[in-house]
Design a protein. Structure first.
Lengths: 116, 106
């Protein structure tokens, strides 16, 4: 596709349920990032994939969070046993390489997760 | 003290004014990133830089590695530039500033 695609755009889930968020990066982009932004808060880095290297998981807030990237393309962020504090907009970004282009990265429009 | 500090936190200016947003950081970095977040929440990546200066249209970004400081300038500002501008640095992890909320009045 022409841009970074995220699905679903909105997700409401009950506390304790598992959720999966999907990111389709731009074709050929080897670098993929997940971020989140809680209401009224700044951006928070979650996880970074670069090609076939082991992902940088240093931003994941707890072991309830995990992410995969299959075939160097689509990525899925999974949150197990969701809690209300997980409510946020989850953003995905991709780039042709780690350093980004002169303009940085291309962001998806995000998935708004609400845990009730 | 935050590792990435932006100033000002809020800025209101008249259309046409020259705008400067500052970002200071206290850690060693490999690159610095300027982002723009529109009122609807969408994020646009503006610049990624590790030295010197970059220009794109009316936007100019500079970085001084020795002083650990970057500036984002907007020339001939326009109401459509109204957004939150976010500075992020690449250290051993990615660290975001809290953003500068810019409002350009027509």
């Amino acid at each position: 596709g022409a841009g970074v695609s995220q699905s679903p755009s909105n997700k409401v889930t009950e506390k304790g349920k598992d959720v999966e968020l999907r990111c389709d990066p731009i074709s050929g982009h080897t670098a993929l990032y997940w971020y989140r932004q809680s209401l009224g808060q700044g951006l928070e880095f979650l996880i970074y994939f670069q090609g076939n290297s082991a992902p940088d998981k240093s931003g994941l807030p707890s072991d309830r969070f995990s992410a995969e990237r299959t075939g160097g393309s689509v990525s899925t962020l999974t949150i197990q046993r969701t809690q209300q504090e997980d409510s946020a907009v989850y953003l995905c970004a991709s780039s042709p390489h780690r350093g980004g282009t002169d303009y940085g990265y291309t962001f998806g429009s995000g998935t708004r997760l609400t845990v009730v | 003290k935050n590792e990435v500090e932006q100033s000002p936190q809020n800025l209101t200016a008249q259309e046409g004014e020259f705008i400067t947003i500052n970002c200071s950081y206290s850690v060693g970095i490999s690159a610095l990133h300027w982002l723009q977040q529109h009122p609807g929440g969408g994020i646009v990546s503006l610049f990624m830089l590790s030295s010197g200066k970059k220009k794109h249209g009316r936007l100019i970004a500079t970085i001084n590695i020795q002083e650990k400081h970057s500036s984002l300038h907007i020339t001939a500002s326009h109401p459509r530039d109204s957004a939150v501008y976010i500075c992020a640095v690449w250290a051993d992890k990615i660290i975001f500033g809290k953003g500068t909320r810019l409002h350009i009045l027509p």
